[in-house]
Design a protein around this ligand. Structure first.
Ligand SMILES: [Zn+2]
Length: 134
């Protein structure tokens, strides 16, 4: 959609569209613009309006094919790594739960030993007390 520069009316569709390319700079990059030629429905002025603009570069076809192949490979590797990462996250979660369980079991064993030691100590103390009581 374009806006008439004379009266400000919104014009929805162009009479025609053109591709206009700017001059190439030292890095062989240039602007590529899509320009629509619009006619105002109110004052009938015809005017150009840029609908899109982007930087373009001329690249040899072989180089571009190579880049596209590299990109596809990188994309596939990324997908594989994401899938592997997801599996590893699940495995990590499982191992953390297992570790937590082992820690609890270890703490329970330590408590059992402490209780056993305390019972043994209690038994010894009762024996010593019984000697003094008699
Ligand atoms: Zn107008």
């Amino acid at each position: 959609m374009a806006i008439c520069p004379s009266c400000g009316t919104k014009v929805h569709s162009p009479l025609k569209t053109l591709s206009i390319y700017g001059d190439m700079d030292r890095k062989k990059i240039f602007d590529g613009n899509k320009v629509g030629i619009y006619e105002c429905s109110h004052c009938y002025v015809k005017f150009p309006f840029t609908t899109s603009s982007q930087k373009l570069e001329i690249v040899r076809h072989d180089d571009f094919s190579e880049l596209r192949k590299d990109y596809e490979n990188a994309k596939r590797m990324n997908e594989e790594l994401l899938a592997r990462s997801s599996i590893l996250k699940e495995e990590n979660s499982r191992l953390r739960e297992k570790l937590e369980l082992l820690k609890l079991e270890s703490a329970a064993d330590a408590l059992d030993r402490e209780v056993s030691d305390l019972r043994q100590g209690k038994g010894l103390l009762q024996e010593q007390i019984s000697i003094f009581i008699q």
